[in-house]
Design a protein around this ligand. Structure first.
Ligand code: HEC
Length: 297
């Protein structure tokens, strides 16, 4: 404890020593000027010093060939990556509701789950209906609804399953082996959608990874000759949509209606980055009269 205190005091002393003092710079700011004006003055465009503002000399069209090749390589790989991401969504989430293509139901099933009942219940009311008499089916359904308690397995459930199901559902078959409790429990589970740990993992990967893509795509596009207002919109919306997208997964886990936000978010940032990538490639490699759309200032 003593050591900790000494360390704390030492850190404070050192930090204070290095803290920038208010010297001449403070007198330069008028005491009558409101604080926000001082802040804004800081952001007055200074074409010589601001590396993000377009200077007339550093547009995409005028970049040295070295950087055109570098940026083109990056943008093409990111473009292919975006398409792969689209395919990945089609193949994983797209199949969640059993129909091809991504629909709102797919998103709801992926994050909220299909809480209408377990697979066991739906199969016993569907394809497996003929396999057992009604009272046996009801016993199994009730067991699933009670969250498949282990203590009922040896006394009630196992004998039923042995009698009616195991002739097909055994270790030798390609379908789930119901001689094992674990397999039975798996089909008795109600699908609760994405777990918190899955969401945390996927969220942080998305936020960290994708924001870097938007940073560099936006940086390159920032040198395009484009209507300033649209340029700012295109550069900033992907970040906003990314937040909307990731937030919507969490919200959808509890309220399925938010699946719409997942759709809107994903569509929004795909569109914005596609426009930025195409515009940047076009302005680097095509002569100005061929640029489209005519968004230059
Ligand atoms: C005559 C053979 C047969 C019997 C008896 C049988 N099943 Fe099935 N079962 C199948 C086949 C084949 C499939 C896979 C085809 C399908 O999904 O429609 C299947 C699939 C299932 C599934 C879905 C498994 C999954 O993960 O996709 C469940 C749940 C199930 N059966 C439950 C039962 C229960 C409970 C019984 C006993 C009351 C039973 N079955 C008896 C043949 C049988």
């Amino acid at each position: 404890m003593d050591h900790f205190l000494i360390l704390l005091i030492a850190t404070a002393v050192i930090a204070f020593g290095f803290w920038p003092r208010c010297g001449k710079r403070c007198t330069a700011i008028s005491p009558h000027e409101p604080f926000w004006k001082t802040l804004l003055a800081h952001h007055r465009p200074n074409l010589d010093e601001n590396m993000i503002d377009i200077k007339p000399t550093t547009t995409l069209a005028r970049l040295p060939i070295t950087y055109k090749v570098l940026f083109t390589g990056f943008l093409l790989v990111i473009g292919v990556g975006l398409m792969m991401a689209g395919m990945q969504i089609m193949l994983t989430h797209g199949k969640a509701d059993g129909k091809p293509g991504v629909s709102i139901n797919d998103i709801v099933y992926s994050y909220y789950g299909n809480r209408s009942g377990s697979k066991l219940e739906s199969m016993l009311n569907g394809a497996m209906k003929a396999m057992a008499p009604d009272e046996v089916r009801f016993t199994l359904i009730q067991w699933a609804r009670d969250e498949a308690p282990i203590k009922e397995w040896p006394s009630t459930i196992e004998p039923i399953v042995k009698q009616h199901c195991v002739s097909c559902h055994n270790a030798g078959a390609a379908i789930p082996d119901f001689t094992k409790l674990a397999n039975m429990q798996k089909v008795a589970e109600v699908d609760q959608g994405a777990s918190i740990s899955t969401l945390t993992r996927v969220s942080h990967i998305h936020l960290f990874g994708i924001s870097f893509i938007f940073l560099f795509v936006g940086w390159i596009f920032g040198m395009a000759e484009y209507d300033l207002r649209w340029k700012l919109i295109l550069i900033s919306t992907p970040f906003a949509f990314l937040i909307v997208d990731v937030m919507s997964w969490w919200l959808t886990k509890y309220f399925p209606i938010f699946a719409w936000f997942t759709m809107i978010g994903g569509f929004g940032y795909s569109l914005a980055s596609t426009v930025m990538i195409f515009t940047a490639l076009m302005q680097m490699w095509l002569p100005k009269p061929m640029w489209w759309p005519k968004m230059t200032e």
